[in-house]
Design a protein. Structure first.
Length: 170
């Protein structure tokens, strides 16, 4: 009886030591926040700022036509306005900033392994800002009409299969 208890305690101790070592190794291997990628020759990084300071959550777009096909890479800035465009093939890129409440910034030429700080341009008014919003933004603003009462002159949509008689029409 005592031998089985000793074996249980020893196995728990070995498992605990193993888990502790594993946690220490994982914590040591974790990269620090904001650290540069390991390969310094295939990325462009920098900070996006405007007249109001660092811009968080804006898109940084890199585009090129130097490759056999047109190539785009888009990333989003972090809370401090930092960005990294990783894994870029060797080429000349035009880089610009786009986001809500902004107009597209001037395109800046860049190559992998460069540090480029970009300047975001605040939109002068809502109309100018709305011209660069993505299509899904406009789609989210659609207020579909309520068809429950059918008071409005709305077309009644019936599926072709219903018209063929496969399903009863209500």
């Amino acid at each position: 009886m005592k031998l089985s208890r000793i074996l249980r305690i020893m196995s728990l101790a070995v498992i605990s030591i193993f888990m502790l070592v594993k946690c220490l190794l994982v914590a040591e291997a974790k990269p620090q926040s904001g650290a540069a990628p390991a390969n310094g020759s295939d990325y462009i990084q920098g900070v996006v700022s405007s007249s109001k300071g660092p811009e968080a959550g804006v898109w940084v777009v890199a585009e090129t036509t130097d490759l056999p096909t047109r190539f785009y890479k888009i990333v989003v800035t972090d809370d401090q306005g930092r960005y990294t465009l990783p894994q870029l093939p060797k080429a000349n890129y035009n880089i610009f900033v786009r986001g809500y409440g902004l107009v597209d910034s001037a395109r800046v030429s860049g190559k992998p392994s460069q540090h480029l700080d970009l300047k975001a341009v605040l939109a002068p008014d809502a109309r100018a800002a709305a011209q660069v919003y993505p299509a899904n933004y406009w789609l989210s603003m659609i207020d579909a009409p309520n068809t429950e009462g059918r008071d409005a002159d709305l077309p009644v949509i019936r599926w072709e299969t219903r018209q063929r008689g496969k399903f009863p029409v209500p």
